[in-house]
Design a protein around this ligand. Structure first.
Ligand code: 5RP
Length: 234
């Protein structure tokens, strides 16, 4: 068990370092969240200290703190509404570059930043590459107001698509998890999601759903860290 965790972190580090090849001087970058993205931010910080000139928009308060601490100049989407590239992790990715994100709870800002970027590169360890999305519970960011009604609406929408499963309100340290935007997260264990597009459309139509973790038509490159190197999918 321990060996597996260490191996995965090596893979995360390789994927993150592989993404440095995508970065050019002068770029405006979206900086993702999570362990793999943190490896990338640290590696990018080292390049900045060596003279690389970029600015970054962080996708979470955690990433903002880390990026600041390693010397990456930060900006906002108000100052720089169009970014060149976002580099971010994922909880699952299929061969059509469809993603589940939000395991770290930053999905809303991550999606806003990715949508403002000309290109999104996903960095993952090999275990994240799947044939069909859904083994990882789908994070759905919801407004605390009306939570009971929103939960029922999610259940009904999923049932209409033939999906059932537990909807768990995410907890951390014995309390309901609160995102950087002040929302909660429902982790939906639907199992296999054969039609992510239909589910994404149905979830987006529910008023209390602020955003869902299906990132479709956003990523065009994936760098997969493996035991013996990296695989670039594009
Ligand atoms: C955070 C995310 C992360 O990118 C995702 O959870 C992957 O994280 P990690 O690299 O730690 O496995 O979507 O909201």
């Amino acid at each position: 068990m321990t060996a597996k965790v260490v191996g995965n972190d090596d893979e995360r580090l390789r994927a993150a370092e592989g993404a440095l090849d995508e970065v050019r001087d002068g770029m405006k970058l979206g900086l993702g969240s999570g362990r793999t993205a943190e490896h990338f931010v640290k590696a990018l910080g080292a390049r900045v200290r060596d003279g690389l000139s970029i600015v970054g928009v962080p996708t979470s308060e955690n990433t903002a703190r880390l990026a600041g601490s390693v010397g990456i100049p930060l900006t906002t989407l108000d100052e720089q509404p169009a970014l060149d590239l976002t580099v971010d992790g994922a909880d699952e990715i299929d061969r059509s570059f469809r993603l589940i994100k939000g395991g770290g709870g930053a999905l809303l800002r991550e999606k806003i930043v990715a949508a403002a970027s000309a290109k999104m590169v996903v960095i993952v360890d090999a275990g994240k590459l799947v044939d069909t999305l859904g083994a990882f519970p789908l994070p759905i960011e919801v407004l605390p107001f009306g939570l009971g009604a929103t939960r029922i609406a999610i259940e009904s929408a999923a049932t209409r698509l033939g999906l059932t499963g537990d909807l768990a309100l995410r907890q951390r340290d014995g309390r309901t998890f609160v995102t950087d935007g002040g929302h909660h997260i429902i982790d939906a264990s639907f199992g296999r999601i054969p039609d992510p597009e239909a589910l994404a459309t149905a979830l987006s139509a529910i008023p209390g759903v602020m955003e869902h973790g299906l990132f479709l038509n956003m990523a065009s490159v994936a760098i997969v860290g493996r035991d013996d190197g990296v695989e670039k999918l594009s």
